[in-house]
Structures are given as structure tokens and as C-alpha cells.
Design a protein around this ligand. Structure first.
Ligand code: NDP
Length: 280
């Protein structure tokens, strides 16, 4: 018998409403992985000690969520390629004695999107320029998206993301100020909503998008996972668009994280079902 189990987990504040532990442990159980994932509340001033503790206890890796995704970087030994461009980390992977920061938010998004459409060569409209939008924008660009229009309410963050994409990736990016309902250009292939508008409990909030401009050839994706069927996705479906929900992004970033930690390719359906069973 071996009573010493490999440890992983999450550091965040607040942590109580983060459902990641449920989907990760469902995947561990389904695949017979006798690992543990601990959902831990860590205050910003305790982050350095928490990372030292994870090192001391030999944790195999962990996730960082709000508010640690940028702050954790100074406690790590290196960054993956896209995490370095994005400037934020959500998954830490132990390589020998080194802790390496990766960002799987955007890659999870692209994996979920690929079930419906390949980003390569496509024209994209991306709403938002916060942490999620940066990760999604960079990974869409690295996946070969030809053009990305960043639409954001505050000009500074939006312009910063467009500049980052132009400077560090092969895509052509431009910024559009979001100060009125935005009509999506007709040559757009993929529409991505990556702001926090519509997140529980504000489930009736609707991002200022002229949904009449959505056409059936467009794929519309939402980063909001709770609720999975947002008002935006409902409107897109009425317009005849194919849609991708935020649960897919959440599940796929978990699939990538577990692969990093355990080397096992887990079944995304098991994780999605575990989240749906929570009736968030
Ligand atoms: P940030 O706080 O970093 O960014 C928020 C973004 O939303 C900014 O672009 C902000 O614009 C915009 N925004 C907020 N309120 C409004 C509004 N009323 N009108 C227009 N724009 C608005 O948050 P994150 O990027 O970290 O997270 C955004 C969302 O992404 C979260 O709510 C979460 O649901 C989702 N997410 C989903 C994941 C998944 O796995 N499914 C993973 C990570 C995030 P401005 O710059 O003008 O302030």
C-alpha cells in the first residue's frame, strides 16, 4: 500500500464558489487516479508562503485564480511561451524542483471552440480586454486567427491588448471602442464574448451587442460558464448561429491542467457532467 497521495489544488480568494475541484476530482475518480485536488483560500499577502508550502509538501502542481494570476509569477521559476506573452498564469506545473507557470484559460477556450470551428485564417471579434480576453486573444492568434478586432469599454486596456497581439503574435489586431451597441461586421467568422457581463448572479445582463447583426455563418462563443446558456448565446441561436459555451472553456482548461500534472488524457464529458450535476 502507498498512503502518500500526489497533491494538486487551487489557490484563490474567494474560493468557496469555485467549482473546479468538483470537475477535477470527478476526472481523477473516473480514470482511477488516486490524486487529490484541494480548494484552498489564500489571501494576497499569503500567496508567497502558500507557494513555498506547496513546494515544501511536494505538490505536483496547482491552479491560481483571482486575484493571484499575475502576482504568482514572481514566486515561480519560469513561464511557458503563451503565459509569458499573456503575462498571467493559471496553472503551475512541477518540473523536477522547478515550478513553471502556464496559462490554460485561452488554450482551453480554443480547444472548446475547435469542436465547432478551426480558428486558422478566421476573422474574429473579441469583446473584452481583461485577463480572460488577453488569454483568449493570444491563444486565438497563436492558433492562426488572421484578424482580431478587440472591442472594449475602456480604451486603454483595449488598445493595450491590440498592441500586444500585433507585437507578439502573427495576427492583425485592431481596437474598437465599445461605447454603443456594437454591430458585428458581416465578414466576421467568430464572435467571442470575454467580459464579465452576464455572470451569475447578473444572469439577465446582456452585453451591448447588436444581435441583429449576427449571421448564421458566424460562431458565437461566450466565456461565461454560469449560466452556461447566457442571454447572448440564446440570441445567437435565434439568429441561426452555432454557439460554444463557457463550460467548454472551463472543462478544457482542466483537461490540459490534468494532462500537465498526471500525463493522462481525461474525458472532458465526465468533467462537464460533474459541473452540470452541481446545478450552478
Ligand atoms: P477582468 O476583470 O480582468 O476583465 C473584465 C472585462 O469585462 C474587461 O474587459 C471589462 O472592461 C469588461 N466589462 C466589465 N463590465 C462591463 C460592462 N458593464 N460593459 C462592458 N464591458 C465590461 O475579468 P476576467 O477577464 O478575469 O474575467 C471575465 C469573465 O471571464 C469572468 O466573468 C468569467 O466568467 C470569465 N472567465 C471564464 C473562464 C472559463 O473557464 N469559462 C476562465 C476565466 C474567466 P473594462 O476594461 O472597460 O473595465
Amino acid at each position: 500500500m502507498n498512503f502518500l497521495l500526489p497533491l494538486t489544488g487551487s489557490f484563490a480568494q474567494p474560493a468557496a464558489e469555485n467549482p473546479t475541484v468538483a470537475m477535477i476530482e470527478a476526472a481523477f475518480a473516473h480514470h482511477g487516479l488516486d490524486w487529490r485536488y484541494l480548494n484552498v483560500e489564500v489571501a494576497p499577502e499569503a500567496l508567497g508562503d502558500a507557494v513555498k508550502g506547496a513546494r515544501a509538501m511536494g505538490w505536483r502542481g496547482f491552479n491560481c485564480s483571482i486575484p493571484h494570476k499575475v502576482a504568482v509569477i514572481e514566486h515561480l521559476d519560469g513561464l511557458g511561451h503563451s503565459a509569458e506573452i499573456i503575462g498571467a498564469v493559471n496553472t503551475i506545473v512541477r518540473q523536477g524542483e522547478r515550478l513553471i507557470g502556464e496559462n490554460t484559460d485561452g488554450r482551453g477556450f480554443v480547444a472548446a471552440l475547435r469542436e465547432v470551428i478551426d480558428p486558422k485564417g478566421k476573422s474574429v471579434v473579441l469583446f473584452g480586454a481583461g485577463g480572460a480576453a488577453r488569454a483568449v486573444g493570444v491563444e486565438m492568434a497563436l492558433a492562426g486567427a488572421a484578424r482580431i478586432v478587440v472591442v472594449n469599454r475602456s480604451a486603454r486596456r483595449g488598445q493595450e491588448l491590440a498592441t500586444l497581439l500585433n507585437d507578439r503574435t502573427p495576427t492583425q489586431a485592431q481596437f474598437a471602442l465599445w461605447d454603443q451597441p456594437f454591430a458585428v461586421p458581416q465578414d466576421t467568422d467568430i464572435v467571442i464574448h470575454a467580459t464579465s457581463v452576464g455572470l451569475y448572479p447578473d444572469v439577465h445582463a446582456m452585453p451591448a451587442i447588436d444581435t441583429g447583426s449576427l449571421r448564421p455563418h458566424m460562431v458565437v462563443a461566450d466565456g461565461i460558464h454560469n449560466p452556461p446558456l447566457t442571454r447572448l448565446l440564446q440570441a445567437a441561436q435565434r439568429q441561426g448561429c452555432r454557439t460554444v459555451d463557457g463550460l467548454g472553456m472551463l472543462v478544457q482548461q482542466g483537461v490540459i491542467g490534468i494532462k500537465y500534472w498526471t500525463g493522462v488524457d481525461v474525458d472532458p464529458e465526465v468533467m462537464r457532467q460533474a459541473l452540470l450535476d452541481l446545478h450552478l
